[in-house]
Ligand binder design. Structure first.
Ligand code: NAD
Length: 488
């Protein structure tokens, strides 16, 4: 990956037409890995959103006229096209997002391929019900139908896999979609859009809208022709979109800052290796990254020593280098947030045991050292907010009740992880944590793609469940049909 990169122009795709945007000067996007300008992104407008909605509405009868089996074939074709371009797509992911090519970006393409295949198979098995009837002359049943035109808004941290969670399920169930990906990852967005076209998906089924989030994103959220929303992003964006989209069905997958709780009866070697993996994979930029590590006081020092050893083994460097295990963070907003969370912790008495700053001597200023910090308290930003960087903040606790008390000092409730050799304790704590997903003796960042995940109600981590059949259920609606069988 030594050849200089030429910036590629990324157009909008509305219906079957790639087109320029009228929403101001094209946005120049720079690689976090190399610092080179890699894309010039056309900027759409509200009028483009209107147009995309018209194109999407027009294709709905085509999609509903197909059987689930026919739409499943299209999903498999999208998967085939992505698989056939695996290396090229992964290179673009590393270039624009920064994750490690051989150990992370290729895996993201594989995950996306599986998502289209899984959506295809789930669609064939999506079921309604028949009900016992109180009236002998009536039959009552439910069927599941597409909702219509969906607005899909997605982030940069998994620029292929996260959109695919929605786009696979949406295509398989016969929805048409107006998609606004993150402004930071246009190359992958274009690659995915092209895969839909090359797979023969009817034009209008997926429309690619690029542009200023507060114009294009907001127009999608509030558009009367867009009847439902799927959004993965920060809690702040989730709240903004939810206000604009009030009354529409919404699948919101938002921020996480869940606790990983290490009890004294756990296997500390295994825990330290797995927890480090959860902190540093994708440079800590996963919604279920290990962001808060609560360690029982009696094993605190031993565990922290092992965690530092895990951090020491991380090889920070170019995502294209075979020796690298962690690449840069994706953009300056994230790097600055990590800076400010660490400064806040240091100023208030926490101790950096490893790392703690941006690395020097690399291609950009976005390479952040893997960091272990202890003496973190509940008031610190590291505990209260999602950091989204390669940081392992350690907090001590004394008892199960104490761990729950600390866990609840952050209002996000996406994921949690418990480390213990006590089977009862593992289940007891899983039931008590206010998180949508809890793992026992596993990193917080674990997920089997076909299983449901999402935020715990009443926290800021979102609503609804994504993953496998759960996504298809969210992206369809139940229709109840009753039939009078007399005389016909
Ligand atoms: P973000 O909220 O800044 O942006 C997400 C998307 O929303 C982007 O496409 C952006 O352009 C758009 N957007 C921003 N403001 C908008 C507005 N006012 N109206 C409409 N659209 C708007 O998030 P990000 O920085 O791209 O991604 C990181 C965040 O996503 C983290 O908080 C992370 O936890 C979360 N995330 C959650 C999950 C999950 O499954 N729960 C998965 C991945 C990422």
């Amino acid at each position: 990956m030594n050849d200089p990169v030429q910036p590629r122009r990324i157009d909008l795709l509305i219906g079957s037409e790639w087109r320029r945007g009228e929403g101001g000067a094209a946005l120049s996007v720079t690689s976090p890995a190399t610092g080179e300008a890699i894309a010039l992104v056309e900027q759409g407008t509200r009028e483009d959103v209107d147009d995309a909605v018209r194109k999407a509405e027009a294709v709905l009868p085509v999609l509903s006229g197909m059987t689930a089996f026919e739409r499943a074939v299209l999903c498999h074709k999208v998967a085939d096209v992505l698989a056939s371009r695996r290396e090229a797509i992964a290179r673009d992911i590393s270039l624009e997002q920064g994750k490690v090519y051989h150990s992370e970006a290729l895996g993201e393409v594989d995950a996306a391929v599986l998502m289209y295949r899984d959506s295809a198979e789930c669609a064939k098995r999506l079921q309604g019900q028949t009900f016992q009837s109180v009236d002998p002359t009536r039959r009552v049943m439910t069927i599941r139908q597409a909702r219509g035109v969906y607005g899909i808004i997605t982030p940069w941290n998994f620029p292929l896999a996260i959109p695919s969670e929605y786009l696979g399920a949406g295509l398989a169930t016969g929805n048409a979609m107006v998609w606004k990906p993150s402004e930071w990852t246009p190359l992958t967005s274009r690659n995915l859009m092209q895969a839909f076209l090359d797979a023969g998906v009817p034009p209008g089924t997926l429309n690619l809208l690029l542009g200023n989030p507060s114009e294009v994103g907001a127009a999608i959220a509030g558009h009367p022709g867009i009847v439902a929303i799927g959004l993965t992003g920060s809690t702040r964006t989730g709240l903004a979109v939810a206000r604009l989209a009030a009354g529409k069905p919404m699948l919101l997958e938002l921020g996480g800052n869940g606790p990983t709780i290490i009890f004294e009866d756990s296997d500390l070697d295994r825990a330290a290796a797995a927890v480090g993996g959860g902190c540093f994979a994708n440079a800590g930029q996963i919604c279920n990254s290990t962001e808060r590590i609560l360690v029982q006081r009696s094993v605190h020092d031993r565990f922290v020593e092992k965690l530092v050893e895990t951090a020491r083994k991380v090889r920070l460097g170019s995502p294209f280098d075979a020796a690298t295990t962690m690449g840069p963070v994706s953009n300056e907003t994230i790097a600055s947030k990590v800076d400010s969370h660490l400064t806040d912790a240091r100023d208030n008495g926490a101790t950096i045991l490893f790392g703690g700053a941006r690395a020097t001597g690399l291609a950009t200023d976005l390479y952040y050292e893997p960091t272990v910090i202890c003496g973190v308290t509940t008031e610190m930003l590291l505990n209260r907010e999602e950091t989204f960087g390669p940081v392992a903040p350690v907090i001590s606790f004394d008892s199960e009740d104490d761990a729950i008390r600390i866990a609840e000092t952050c209002t996000l409730g996406l994921h949690g992880s418990i480390w213990t050799n006590g089977i009862g304790r593992g289940l007891r704590m899983s039931e008590r944590l206010r998180c949508g997903t809890v793992h026992v003796n596993e990193t917080s960042a674990y997920w089997q793609l076909h299983t449901p995940t999402g935020g715990f109600s009443g926290t800021g981590s979102g609503i609804g469940r994504i993953g496998g059949m759960a996504t298809l259920e969210e992206m369809t609606q139940l229709k109840t049909i009753s039939l009078n069988i007399v005389g016909v």
